[in-house]
Design a protein around this ligand. Structure first.
Ligand SMILES: [Zn+2]
Length: 76
């Protein structure tokens, strides 16, 4: 038995909790990274995505799967 959802819908927290792990994709660069929600950002709306590609500045798409041919963005 679960208690009532005490967080607002449409947030990054809701996305992660309900749908599980997400990736941030940049379709222009064909790169992806694990979605990591910085502390304090859990209640940000996920639409539009608050993540941006650090290479091209495009808005990152939040997906549960990575398309074939996309490369993990590892450089930090
Ligand atoms: Zn990009």
């Amino acid at each position: 038995m679960v208690g009532p959802w005490r967080h607002p819908p449409g947030t990054l927290r809701a996305l992660r909790t309900i749908l599980g792990h997400h990736y941030v994709l940049c379709h222009r660069c064909r790169r992806f990274a694990d979605m990591v929600i910085p502390r304090g950002m859990e209640d940000r709306k996920y639409e539009p995505s608050p993540f941006r590609c650090r290479h091209c500045g495009d808005r990152g798409a939040l997906e549960t799967a990575v398309p074939v041919g996309y490369q993990r963005d590892t450089a930090d």
